[in-house]
Design a protein. Structure first.
Length: 123
């Protein structure tokens, strides 16, 4: 088994989306035959939290990384901007890439930018 530290797990949790975390909880429940304490103790509270979760988010480019050209290309493809405008947007980090997008679309945008080497946040 690989040596995974607590810091590795916490780093993953910092980067994971709400959907990723939900899938993780379900997988843990199925594999180990347990139930999440919050869900078992207060189903109404869980429903309230789900209702309060943002339906739409703003995707923010928070860091470029080492592959600036790849990030510019990704921003250009995602936003439909021209090359010069995409470069200006990347150069103005932190920069809003897309505002008020559904969580699924935001996850797709995040995936593209992370693959290009960028760091992304949701607001």
């Amino acid at each position: 088994m690989a040596n995974i530290t607590k810091e590795d797990i916490l780093a993953y949790l910092d980067e994971a989306t709400i959907l990723d975390l939900n899938d993780l909880v379900k997988a843990i429940e199925e594999k180990y035959g347990v139930t999440a304490a919050v869900a078992a103790a207060a189903p109404a509270a869980v429903e309230e939290v789900v209702d309060e979760a943002p339906k739409n988010v703003t995707v923010v480019l928070s860091a470029i990384g080492d592959t600036k050209v790849a990030v510019i290309k990704a921003v250009k493809a995602i936003t439909g901007l021209g090359l010069v405008d995409a470069k200006k947007l990347v150069d103005s980090v932190p920069a809003e890439i897309k505002k008020d997008v559904p969580a699924d679309e935001a996850d797709n945008i995040r995936k593209q930018l992370v693959e290009a080497g960028a760091t992304v946040e949701y607001k």
